[in-house]
Design a protein around this ligand. Structure first.
Ligand code: URA
Length: 231
């Protein structure tokens, strides 16, 4: 089952903000009954109508973007520009799959497919995300072991076992985690004595960032590339 707003977003006609207003104004029905909330769970096959007109989902699209630093992983924002502003107008209704921090760069997926989004971010799927980081400070000698064991970061943040390959000069590393908790990589590094000053996501599952994409550029994924996420 998907959230009602994900299904309506899949029509490509409305932003999340517009959907919230439509539901609050009582203009959305689910199988003939007034919609309760944007978070209401629905099957895509159910009859969902806006102003009495049935919502038709567009064919699924998924793109990869090389997110530049300074852009917010969001579809709307008051302060920093949202990454959807980097898209051509016909793609601006796509929504990001998971999140990269404002100052982070690299692979981010955007889609109109709520089901795909769920599968990628659901903790149960345990999809590995790979990051390149540059740090200040010094990793403690037991860092790799603590990553392997699963460590506790600040505020009691419990992290599942992960991997870190620290470069010989101790200034950069490649990290692989299977979760997506808030600022997780930065917090795991901080728990081991290092402060992340640069972070770039390189891969989600076996899908790697197309390095020919300059920051801010994007391109559609093929079905074979989408399958790589789940391998
Ligand atoms: N972990 C972080 O700390 N930041 C990101 O942007 C992604 C993973």
């Amino acid at each position: 089952m998907l959230r009602l707003d994900e299904i309506i977003r899949g029509s490509g006609k409305y932003t999340r903000k517009q959907i919230i207003a439509l539901v609050n104004e009582g203009r959305v029905t689910v199988n003939g009954a007034l919609a309760e909330a944007i978070s209401q769970r629905c099957e895509p096959s159910w009859e969902i109508c806006v102003d009495g007109e049935q919502v038709v989902m567009e064919p699924p699209i998924c793109i990869m973007m090389n997110k530049p630093a300074g852009w917010l992983t969001a579809t709307e924002s008051q302060k920093e520009p949202p990454i959807t502003d980097l898209l051509e107008p016909r793609l601006r209704h796509l929504f990001p799959v998971g999140r990269l921090d404002l100052d982070s760069e690299g692979l981010i997926l955007l889609t109109n497919d709520g089901g795909l989004c769920h599968r990628v971010i659901m903790p149960a799927e345990q999809i590995t995300k790979e990051y390149y980081i540059e740090v200040t400070g010094q990793f403690r000698p037991d860092t790799a072991q603590r990553f392997r064991d699963g460590l506790e970061a600040d505020n009691g943040l419990l992290c599942l076992p992960a991997e870190i390959e620290i470069a010989e000069d101790d200034k950069s590393a490649v990290v692989r985690i299977t979760e997506g908790k808030r600022h997780q990589v930065k917090r795991m590094a901080a728990a081991c004595g290092a402060r992340v000053r640069y972070l770039k996501r390189l891969a989600i599952g076996k899908l790697r960032l197309d390095e020919s994409l300059k920051p801010g550029e994007y391109r559609p994924l093929t079905d074979a590339e989408i399958a790589l996420i789940f391998q």
